[in-house]
Design a protein around this ligand. Structure first.
Ligand code: NAD
Length: 495
């Protein structure tokens, strides 16, 4: 068998072999076969990357350039991404098995974050304060935090990196990224574009490997000022604790169990599509999956019949094909986890209306496919309604009225996203106010933008990505006091 290509880390603008000398396989979820070897980084590699990022903070080529010049670099990176979007999209598909229709589109959209935050770089203004002291000039400046560690998951590697990286670089920080061990290839390839854009060496570094082995040393490294993490709630809580020991700044984008609420007055055809896009798009492997479908009793049976008919028609198969609508699951452990949850739902008494197991269609080959699955008769207390599955498994929960819909919607530990389907203007305005989630979509689902803040309520996370406020996740405020008095007053009293 031909040797697989080795993908090395990217530290201080060099391709670096892991100190361990070890590599592990990365798989194509559609074929179920390994296609490359990824460097198995450890503490020594994390230290080396942080050292490079720390040195870059002091390098005048980065430290002394103007915010406008940083903006230029970001815009150049955006242009390079635009020119390479198709290639990067294909690489993502090869590594995470999501549809090219989705990953290609995501890669085409990525440049917008670099343009937006590139534009914002020189619009972050401090203030001259109307200070209440005589003979005093007081102003604020917003300064970078320093070295930022970014830890990303496997479902949308470049998009979720970009949400962190664009504001962090615009703010003047330096960065060490650790992508998911399941999908490291696109981040390593992206490093070439960062270099080509002209960012000085050490500003952007990539280490690869497992969370415990290379992620954790990054999180606890004393020279890392901030940890930006996207991933599961358990790992997130662990990272939070580790970072707390060093009193680091932390932002967390974690899981969800989002309610998609269908009211009896909705446009049924549109709401069926909204329910489908909430759970079967991206094979349900999104943090914002509308995995709990709350349907008002007055239309429940009619709605569920239409939903099942629509979902039944979904084409599975090669994620590169434009006809495919549901692709494979990205990782083998995730594949097993999803199948396990289908058993849990049945054991807890949910009624399986569609799917409910492995997909053994000929077009699925040896890939890690599960059938799009719909469970009805779900009670919100069941595990299938409370725990994140991260797969194409929908729980349908009936409700009577607005109060019950809101109560069920909020009765989970998560609060990432939610959907509301209604033709009633009162509901369109009042229900979003009552839902405890960082995003509420009304008569749409799964829309994101560089302009719109995104993040979680409750255990779905800390901090916000995208939108103007995201840059303040990577800045700290300094207050400067200058006395213009000719004589220093009594030194024994506070001024
Ligand atoms: P995961 O938590 O298993 O891994 C995420 C990343 O954390 C990986 O790079 C992993 O190696 C690293 N990691 C794990 N343990 C670590 C440790 N102890 N120290 C440092 N790093 C560690 O998550 P996953 O399975 O890759 O991704 C799926 C999860 O991500 C889901 O729960 C999903 O909801 C969540 N997610 C959230 C968002 C969001 O924006 N809120 C977006 C996408 C995915």
């Amino acid at each position: 068998m031909a040797e697989l290509e080795k993908l090395n880390m990217y530290i201080n603008a060099e391709r670096v072999e892991p100190a361990s000398g070890e590599y592990f396989e990365t798989f194509n979820p559609y074929t179920g076969k390994p296609w490359a070897l990824v460097a198995r980084g450890g503490e020594a590699d994390a230290n080396r990357a942080v050292e490079a990022a720390k040195a870059a903070l002091e390098n005048p080529e980065w430290a002394d350039i103007t915010a406008t010049q940083r903006g230029h670099l970001l815009r150049r990176l955006g242009d390079l991404l635009a020119a390479n979007a198709e290639r990067l999209g294909k690489l993502e598909v090869q590594d995470n098995g999501k549809l090219f229709a989705e990953m290609g589109m995501q890669c085409q959209y990525l440049p917008q974050w670099y343009y937006y935050f590139g534009g914002l770089a020189d619009k972050i203004e401090g203030a001259v304060l109307p200070i209440d002291k005589p003979d005093t000039f007081t102003y604020t400046r917003h300064e970078p935090l320093g070295v930022c560690a970014m830890i990303t998951p496997w479902n949308s590697p470049l998009l979720l990196l970009t949400w962190k990286l664009a504001p962090a670089l615009a703010a003047g920080n330096t960065v060490v990224v650790k992508p998911s061990e399941f999908t490291s290839a696109s981040t390593l390839e992206f490093a070439n574009l960062v270099e080509e854009a002209g960012f000085p060496k050490g500003v952007f570094n990539v280490v690869t490997g497992f969370g415990k082995e290379v992620g954790e040393p990054l999180v606890v490294h004393p020279d890392v000022a901030k940890v930006a993490f996207t991933g599961g709630a358990l790992s997130g809580a662990h990272v939070y604790k580790q970072a707390a020991a060093g009193l680091k700044k932390v932002s967390l984008e974690l899981g969800g169990k989002s309610p998609n609420i269908v009211f009896g007055d909705c446009n049924v055809e549109n709401a069926v599509k909204g329910a489908i896009s909430g759970i079967f798009a991206a094979t349900g492997q999104t943090c914002i999956a509308g995995s709990r479908l709350l349907v008002q009793e007055s239309i429940h049976d009619e709605f569920v019949d239409k939903l099942v008919a629509f979902a039944k028609s979904a084409q599975m198969g090669d994620p590169m094909s434009i006809d495919t609508q549901v692709g494979p699951v990205t990782t083998m452990p995730q594949y097993e986890k999803i199948l396990g949850y289908m058993d849990v739902a049945r054991e807890d008494g949910a009624e399986c209306l569609l799917g409910g197991g492995k997909a053994e269609r000929p077009e699925c080959g040896d890939g890690w496919f599960v059938e799009p699955t719909i469970f009805a008769g779900v009670n919100n207390k069941m595990r299938i309604a409370q725990e994140e599955v991260f797969g194409p498994v929908l729980s349908v929960i009936p409700f009577k009225d607005d109060d019950e819909a809101v109560a069920i919607a909020n009765d989970v530990i998560y609060g990432l996203a939610s959907g509301v389907w209604t033709s009633d203007i009162r509901r369109a305005i009042e229900i979003p106010k009552r839902i405890k989630a960082g995003t509420v979509w009304v008569n749409t689902y799964r829309a994101v933008s560089y302009v719109a803040p995104f993040g979680g309520y409750k255990q779905s996370g800390l901090g916000r990505e995208s939108g103007q406020q995201a840059i303040f996740e990577y800045l700290q405020t300094k207050t400067v006091w200058i006395s213009t008095a000719t004589e220093t007053p009594d030194p024994f009293v506070m001024r």
